[in-house]
Unconditional design. Structure first.
Lengths: 112, 116
């Protein structure tokens, strides 16, 4: 069964304490893996798309990497404003349509 | 540029009723997708509209339907509401389908529906 699992469910860090969030997936065919950030009371905000193993994308303090079975979202020297729920989703489609499978998310709390 | 707007933001209905939710995409965006978000199931894709045509559909029963108008605004309808339909319903827009396939979607704040 196609599945996307995120870990940990929640992560509390001190400001400046770097860490990584994990998104592991089991799908029959991966077309793309997406990372989003969701703040309370808001819709998800797009961060990155990764297409193939070995690919990396960076944005400010965030860096996303992809292997054949999982993706990591590395957060370097986080600030309180990085606190949010981080979601990953996988597109398993092979044709012009898409079928996104979403993970449950990791709630990240950065304490000042 | 104004973001994606959804109305209403909050809604309370009773079982058996029907509900219509509205989404206005970012100006110039022609693709609109709908998602359901619940604590237990997370985010689940409902359907996608582009140029007034449904292009893609998730695994939801026929009680869930939608449409898109010529100005790209979209509505979602749920008939015969069930308790399990309580959720945050999110709308997302993109300029073209290519951006949707690349994950570049702009989400609205959602409509929180409570079914009693």
């Amino acid at each position: 069964e196609d599945q996307v699992t995120q870990s940990p469910e929640a992560l509390r860090l001190q400001e400046g304490e770097s860490s990584s969030l994990n998104c592991s997936y089991t799908v029959s065919g991966l077309r793309g893996l997406f990372w989003y950030r969701q703040d309370p009371g808001k819709g998800p905000e797009f961060l990155f798309t990764l297409y193939s193993a070995g690919e990396e994308k960076e944005k400010e303090r965030l860096k996303a990497t992809l292997t054949k079975k999982e993706s990591f979202l590395h957060i370097t020297a986080p600030k309180p404003e990085d606190s949010a729920t981080y979601l990953c989703a996988v597109d398993r489609a092979r044709d012009s349509n898409y079928q996104l499978i979403w993970g449950a998310g990791t709630k990240l709390i950065i304490k000042p | 540029k104004a973001g994606v707007t959804q109305t209403p933001r909050y809604l309370i209905k009773t079982r058996g009723q029907q509900v219509t939710l509205s989404c206005s995409p970012i100006s110039g965006h022609r693709s609109v997708s709908w998602y359901q978000q619940t604590p237990g199931q997370g985010l689940q894709f409902l359907f996608e509209y582009f140029s007034e045509t449904q292009r893609n559909k998730g695994n939801f029963p026929g009680r869930f339907s939608g449409r898109q108008f010529s100005n790209s605004r979209s509505e979602m309808n749920v008939s015969t509401l069930e308790l399990g339909d309580s959720a945050l319903y999110l709308c997302a827009s993109s300029p073209r389908r290519q951006e949707v396939l690349a994950g570049t979607q702009y989400f609205g704040p959602g409509t929180r529906l409570l079914v009693l």
